[in-house]
Write a new protein. Structure first.
Length: 109
């Protein structure tokens, strides 16, 4: 088995043209198959739903998507760890929102 290497992912965010981040994510080996685990159809659906429906919580997001809460919760937190999703704190829940309306991913193969 090949040793897992550190992958460097550069995410450039453009919200009013000012934000840029460099993120180092060590869990995935630097190949396309591993990177595809990060950006899946389910995660794209989460991003689209947050953008268009503005759910008030992760629970409501899971209900809109008709998916298991735990799976949606895990996907949302992974996206949050990459800086793609942020949260508004509301009473006893967290309301997800997109950190930016545009992002760019660069990685080396």
């Amino acid at each position: 088995m090949a040793k897992s290497k550190k992958i460097r992912i550069n995410l450039s965010f453009r919200k009013a043209g000012f934000v840029s981040r460099i993120i180092h994510y060590k869990k995935f080996s630097p190949d396309i198959a591993s990177f595809r685990k990060i950006l899946t159809k389910e995660k794209a659906d989460i991003l689209q739903t947050i953008k268009t429906k503005n759910p008030g919580s992760i629970y409501k997001l899971a209900k809109i998507l008709k998916r298991d809460f735990r799976q949606v919760h895990n996907d949302v937190w992974l996206l949050h760890n990459f800086g793609i999703i942020e949260f508004y704190k509301k009473q006893k829940s967290l309301q997800p929102y997109l950190a930016s309306d545009k992002f760019q991913v660069n990685f080396e193969i």
